[in-house]
Ligand binder design. Sequence first.
Ligand code: CTP
Length: 476
Amino acid sequence: MNLEHALKDPIFKIISTTADELDIACYVVGGFVRDYILKRHTGQDIDIVAIGSGIELAKLVAKKLTHRPKVSVFKTYGTAMLRHKDIEIEFVGARKESYSKESRNPEVKNGTLEDDQKRRDFTINALAIGLNTSNFGTLLDPFNGVLDLKNKRIVTPLDPNVTFSDDPLRMLRAIRFATQLDFEIDSHSFEAIKENYQRIDIITNERIVVELHKILESPKPSIGFLLLEKTGLLELILPELTALKGIDEVEGQRHKDNFYHTLEVVDNIALHTNNVWLRWTALLHDIGKAPTKRFSKKVGWTFHGHELKGSKMVYHMFKRLKMPLNDKMKYVQKLVFMSSRPIALASKHITDAAVRRLVFDAGEYIDDLMTLCEADITTKNPRKFKKYHNNFKIVRQKMVEVEERDRIRNFQPPVTGEEIMNAFHLKPCREIGMIKEYIKEAILEGQIPNERVAAYALMLKKGTELGLKQHDETKI
Ligand code: CTP
């Protein structure tokens, strides 16, 4: 097969003539070739394999580029990287050992192209296109990767036990590619993951999280989480999720399986948002249910306080996986904490006051919270499904009305602490906080509008009730 049309970018001709000059055979390999054949346009970085020194080739290529990019050299790995326009181009000498950027054993033995291809993770990632003038555009596919692309199969070039023990992260990568591309993992490879899953413990959390992100960013993330669960990997990586599995029955009363429910919620939300942190929220919104699950004869199954418990668990999980403990984590925590609020509204009569309170508490996260809660509706009862969605429409409509009138979303107290101090001639004291809280509550309850005049009058009334003396010059 000739794939010269994949090499339209002038950079390939530059690499080609440079490689000819140095008398080095070189090829473009991996994700670039795979995605080109799949017509996946991912702004793909380029991996070049050289039969010889990839570093030397990279340096000479850089010299020929008008912008003279900097070449980053990683001598131990025999690799070099340069940036050209928006793409990273990585050059590596063909290896006999396993190909992994972060291989634990970086000692590199030179090999042929085929040596290099067979030590890659999957046949679909082991495709190479010739770059020298003599074979410019020729596809080299010794492991039938093109056929596997056609048949949508993830297969290792070697015995999967060898491929996975070379780099156990590849077990996760198999599942990630199966999810991203909607491919099937070959049964031998799948069995090998089931046998070797515990080896994931030698992989750093950072690399694991990269794969989890990619699974979550896929169109249907449940594919990946189901595979993770079936292979045993999920139990090791995210035990909070496997703890949600199962349905208990006591005295004929059952609760739903919160694991499968969670996966439905994640798939639902993936249809409405590409925000990966909102997708994380969907994945974690019920994790507090496992430790809070109780049964009582009176009310059946309950999960009291699971939202608070879940938001605390988010912190521990992020910490364990070395995920950022920053505003992203706080966002996930807050949404998990509030995840039942709109649902409670949507199942009963909706008052303006309840909507105002919800908007006030959620603040800038209100839209994402609503998206989460709509995704959370997984009932199979069509009547209830319709009812909940209709109620959410009403909540959203009311939110618009209430916001227009009361500007709750970015609530600023209409009377400041300083004004309260002036009005009653006070030094800082707890009465100021009490009055502010009283005004806020009155606005949220709809007793007064969110306006200064009404709020000021209420302040004077409440202050007097608290026994404070009005300052003589107090004016509205
Ligand atoms: N590779 C491998 N084993 C790994 C990681 C990478 O064999 N653990 C090889 C594969 O041939 C892969 C190439 O290195 O195609 C480049 O790796 P990477 O950039 O991580 O992945 P891509 O395949 O390019 O895919 P994506 O960009 O979607 O991650």
